[in-house]
Design a protein around this ligand. Structure first.
Ligand code: NAD
Length: 457
C-alpha cells in the first residue's frame, strides 16, 4: 500500500493522463464494480453481519441491492448525462450557442460512516467514477469487517492510482485531510463535518457534507392508523435505528395519541415477536460506547414498551418512550438507536414553531390524508427530503436529490445528481465571426445604449 502523500500524487498523475475523461472507461470501471459485487454478495453480507448483526434481508435491500440498482441506473444514463447540455442564449448575445460541459473535479476523497458502511461508501464512489474522477475512499473503522471488504475489493479491481481504499481510523482520516483534494465528499456526524470543512477551507476545496440530525415525524389524526404504524416502525427499527434518515421522534395528534401508541406497540410485536432478541429481522448496536450512550437515553419513568437490553450481544429492544418533553435528554441529539420518543400535540402551528426552533433536519415525515395540511406543513418546515405517509423511502428514488440543509449538510447526490455533484459545470458560449453586432463597442453612444436597453429587457 502506498503512503498517503504518494497515493494522492499518483492519483493526480493518473487523472492528468486523461484516461478517466473517456466515458467508456468510466462505464467499464462501473461494470467491473458491478461484476465483483454480484460475485461477492455473500461476503459483503457476512462482513455486515459480523459488524453489527445486520439481517441478510436488510443487507440486501439497503446496501447490496441498493448499490447494484445505483450502478445499473448510472450505466444506463451516463452517456446522455455526460454530454454537453445546450441552454438558451439571450437575444442581446446573439448570434451564439450556450452550453454546459461537465468536467471531473480531479482527485476526490470520500469519507464514510459506519451505519450503512457499504452503501454510503460505494454509492458516492459510483458518482465519482461516473463523473471521471479518481477517488480515495476512507471506510469507517468502526465497522472493520466491511472496511476490510471494501478495501480488498477495490485493490482487486482497480489500480491504486485510480481508486484506492485507505484503512486505519481517525489518525488516517486526519492525515488524508492534510492533503489537497479537488473535492471532499463526507458522510457522518455534524461535529466531524465541521472539522472536514475547516480542513478543506485551507485549500478552498469544495465539500459535500451529508450529515445527521433529528428527523421529526408528525402523525395527524386523519390517518390510517395501522399502515402509519407499520411504516413508522419499519423506518425506525430497521438497522436497529442506526439510520441517518430514521424518524427520530414522533409527534402524535392528541385525538389519537393513546390509540396510536398501542398500535405502535402491537406492530413491534407483529414485526419482531414478543422477544425481538430472538428475531432474525433485528440488528444489533454497533459497539459498546454506542450501547452505553443509548441506555443512558432510556428514562424508565417514561417507558411505554421495550427497554430490555443485553450488553454481551449489544442488544437493545425496540423501545417506545411516551410523554417525552422537548427538554428531555433523548431530545438533545440524534437518537441513532432503537428508542422512539413520542409525544402528544394538539396545535399544528405550535408544533411547527417547536420543530423550526431546532436545526434543519435531514428528513421529515408527515402522516395525514389531509391534502391542505400536507401543503401547509411541507411549505412551513425546512428539511433535506421528506416522505409523506411513509418513512425513509424518498431516498430510494434516484430521480430525487438526497442531501441535507443547514446543519444536516450541503450538496445532494443519488442518480444523476451524483454525477452532477462530482462534476464541475463549465459554461461555454460559442460565437461565430459573422454578424458582429457593434453596438457594445466604444466609442459609446446614446443610440447604442438605447439599443442595448431594448435588447436587455
Ligand atoms: P463520524 O462523523 O463519527 O465518522 C465519520 C467518518 O469520519 C469516519 O470515517 C471517521 O473515521 C471519521 N472521523 C471521525 N472523527 C474524526 C476526526 N476527529 N477527524 C477526522 N475524521 C474523523 O460519524 P459516524 O459515527 O460514523 O456516523 C454517524 C453519523 O453520520 C450520524 O450523525 C448520522 O446521522 C450521520 N449520517 C449521515 C448520513 C447522510 O446521508 N446524511 C448517512 C449516514 C450517517
Amino acid at each position: 500500500m502506498l503512503d498517503i502523500p504518494t497515493l494522492v500524487k499518483a492519483q493526480r498523475a493518473f487523472f492528468s493522463s486523461g484516461k478517466t475523461r473517456d466515458v467508456s472507461f468510466r462505464i467499464e470501471a462501473l461494470e467491473k464494480l458491478r461484476r465483483v459485487l454480484i460475485d461477492r454478495e455473500q461476503d459483503i453480507a457476512e462482513a455486515l453481519k459480523k459488524d453489527f448483526g445486520k439481517p441478510f434481508f436488510e443487507s440486501y435491500t439497503t446496501e447490496i441491492g441498493y448499490v447494484l440498482g445505483d450502478i445499473g441506473h448510472t450505466i444506463r444514463g451516463l452517456k446522455s448525462w455526460a454530454k454537453p447540455r445546450k441552454v438558451k442564449t439571450p437575444l442581446v448575445l446573439m448570434p451564439a450557442r450556450s452550453e454546459i460541459h461537465y468536467e471531473p473535479f480531479g482527485c476526490t476523497l470520500i469519507i464514510a460512516p459506519w451505519n450503512y458502511p457499504f452503501q454510503l461508501q460505494i454509492s458516492p464512489l459510483i458518482g465519482a467514477i461516473a463523473a471521471g474522477n479518481t477517488a480515495i475512499l476512507k471506510p469507517s473503522e468502526v465497522t472493520k469487517h466491511t472496511q476490510k471488504f471494501i478495501n480488498d475489493v477495490l485493490q482487486e479491481i482497480y489500480p491504486p492510482e485510480y481508486i484506492a481504499g485507505v484503512g486505519g481510523a481517525i489518525p488516517e482520516t486526519q492525515q488524508l485531510l492534510e492533503e489537497k483534494f479537488d473535492l471532499i465528499f463526507f458522510t457522518g456526524s455534524t461535529r466531524v463535518g465541521r472539522i472536514v470543512m475547516e480542513k478543506a477551507a485551507r485549500n478552498l476545496t469544495p465539500v459535500v457534507l451529508e450529515l445527521g440530525g433529528k428527523s421529526p415525524c408528525i402523525v395527524d389524526e386523519n390517518v390510517d392508523l395501522k399502515t402509519a404504524a407499520r411504516r413508522i416502525v419499519w423506518g425506525k427499527f430497521m438497522n436497529a435505528s442506526q439510520t441517518c434518515v430514521a424518524p427520530d421522534y414522533i409527534c402524535i395528534h392528541a385525538n389519537i395519541y393513546e390509540q396510536f401508541l398501542t398500535q405502535l406497540k402491537s406492530t413491534i410485536v407483529e414485526f419482531y415477536g414478543e422477544n425481538p432478541k430472538t428475531s432474525d429481522s433485528y440488528a444489533r448496536i454497533v459497539n459498546e460506547p454506542h450501547f452505553d450512550r443509548l441506555l443512558g437515553l432510556i428514562d424508565k419513568a417514561k417507558l411505554f414498551h421495550g427497554g430490555e437490553s443485553d450488553r454481551s450481544s449489544r442488544y437493545i429492544a425496540p423501545t417506545i418512550l411516551r410523554d417525552v418533553s422537548w427538554t428531555d435528554k433523548v431530545m438533545e441529539d440524534e437518537v441513532f438507536g432503537p428508542i422512539m420518543p413520542c409525544f402528544k400535540y394538539d396545535n399544528i402551528d405550535d408544533l411547527i414553531k417547536l420543530i423550526n426552533a431546532r436545526p434543519k433536519p435531514l428528513s421529515f415525515y408527515l402522516f395525514t390524508k389531509n391534502k391542505n395540511l400536507q401543503e401547509k406543513v411541507l411549505r412551513a418546515v425546512p428539511f433535506g427530503g421528506a416522505s409523506v405517509n411513509d418513512c425513509v423511502v424518498h431516498l430510494a428514488n434516484p430521480e430525487l436529490p438526497f442531501g441535507g440543509v443547514g446543519e444536516s449538510g450541503m450538496g445532494a447526490y443519488h442518480g444523476q445528481y451524483s454525477f452532477e455533484v462530482f462534476s464541475h459545470k463549465k459554461s461555454v458560449l460559442r460565437k461565430p465571426f459573422a454578424l458582429d453586432a457593434t453596438m457594445r463597442y466604444p466609442p459609446y453612444t446614446p443610440f447604442n445604449l438605447k439599443l442595448i436597453r431594448f435588447f436587455m429587457k
